[in-house]
Design a protein around this ligand. Structure first.
Ligand code: PEP
Ligand code: MN
Length: 366
């Protein structure tokens, strides 16, 4: 399945000073003084492309700081002017869109809690009709790629072509080292469905703590995400929201300096040749793997016939346990991830049972 969105390339609507789009700024806009500090700190860095700042904050619990509101819009815009970069804030209602547009806010993002609600997204989409402003759509808090796609489609259908997705991880009841579990495969799946859609990673909300942000940011770059949104605050200890995850200006600078930038391709012919050779080997291995699986399935069908002739059940618990046990311990010995081997075997076993069921019911003619 392909996802067809009508999208303008990122480079055409935001100037990238480095190789990846870098968005930074505080979780929340708190005061004119704080924004003066932000300007002072970020003006020392020449690679921030967009200044972010929350005006209306949808907090999970009602007793948290919920943003300054409309009064803070000019403080954000003014800081963007001083830094000579566009500013971005979250819109959660149609009224936020109108107020932000009136103030000249350059980019909007739709937050994770809003993306999870089709009615809210549609309300925002309706307010955006006929307006030319870039919009970034955060993934919904629950790991539902269709909901994320639906939100992107609603905004795109309203005529917004300067569109990007923001991967900020997913809520989980399970204990995790992450504040929001990244589930990178969902971001990768979105990219595979729509290669034109830029995906920005938000390591701050994934990590939830300062220490892990560099690791998540590097991983996003290694996965060829198009940019990073990183929360920074002149005085994180006293931040009114998300203080555990906001980086001080020094930490932000170190993080950016420490990132190993990678691009999707290289122009170095030696690298290209080596890559080509290694890929040819992989192609052969994959072909062998598939042929081996086909041979295995042929044997599975033969066993199905014997079982049928002897009135023996398809599923044999002891045999299944033995397969799992021997193959995962072999994998472990050979340094192949145990969970991976288990999932791989489960897939094979599922197909084997299906094939043997077909043999038993004579859906496979021999
Ligand atoms: C934010 O960016 O500060 C924010 C509230 O994000 P999210 O919607 O991802 O929780
Ligand atoms: Mn935040």
């Amino acid at each position: 399945m392909e996802l067809s969105l009508n999208i303008e390339a990122l480079d055409s609507w935001v100037r990238k000073r480095g190789q990846k789009l870098l968005i930074s700024g505080p979780c929340s806009v708190e005061s004119p003084e704080q924004m003066d500090e932000v300007v002072r700190a970020l003006s020392k860095q020449d690679n921030i492309d967009v200044l972010r700042g929350g005006i209306w904050k949808p907090r999970t619990r009602p007793d948290s700081f919920e943003g300054i509101g409309t009064e803070a819009l000019p403080w954000l815009k003014e800081a963007g002017r001083a830094l000579d970069i566009p500013v971005e804030t979250e819109a959660a209602e149609a009224e936020h869109v109108e107020l932000a547009l009136k103030e000249g806010i350059d980019i909007l993002w739709i937050g994770a809690r809003t993306s999870a609600s089709p009615f809210s997204v549609q309300e925002i989409a309706d307010a955006l009709k006929g307006v030319d402003i870039p919009v970034m759509v955060k993934n919904p808090i629950n790991p539902d790629i269709q909901l994320w796609i639906g939100a992107l489609e609603r905004i795109n259908n309203a005529g917004i072509q300067k569109l990007a997705a923001v991967h900020r991880g997913f809520s989980s009841f399970e204990n995790s080292v992450f504040r929001n579990v990244p589930m990178w495969d969902i971001a990768i799946a979105l990219k595979s469905l729509c290669s034109d859609l830029p995906i920005i990673c938000d390591p701050s909300h994934i990590a939830g703590n300062k220490e892990m942000i560099p690791f998540v940011a590097q991983k996003a770059i290694d996965l060829d995400m198009d940019g990073l949104m990183i929360e920074s605050h002149p005085d994180p200890e006293h931040a009114l929201s998300d203080k555990e995850q906001q980086l001080s200006p020094e930490k932000l600078e170190n993080l950016i300096r420490g990132l190993s930038m990678r691009s999707a391709t290289s122009t170095d012919p030696v690298f290209e040749n080596q890559l080509e050779e290694l890929r040819a080997i992989i192609d052969q291995i994959d072909e062998d793997l598939i042929k081996t699986l086909v041979s295995r399935m042929k044997i599975v069908e033969k066993i199905g016939e014997y079982k049928k002739e002897n009135s023996v059940t398809i599923f044999q618990l002891e045999r299944w346990k033995e397969i799992l046990e021997t193959r995962t311990s072999l994998g472990k010995k050979l340094d192949l991830d145990e969970d991976f081997v288990k999932s791989f075997l489960e897939l094979i076993h599922e197909l084997s049972i299906r094939r043997q069921t077909d043999v038993m019911n004579q859906r496979i003619e021999k």
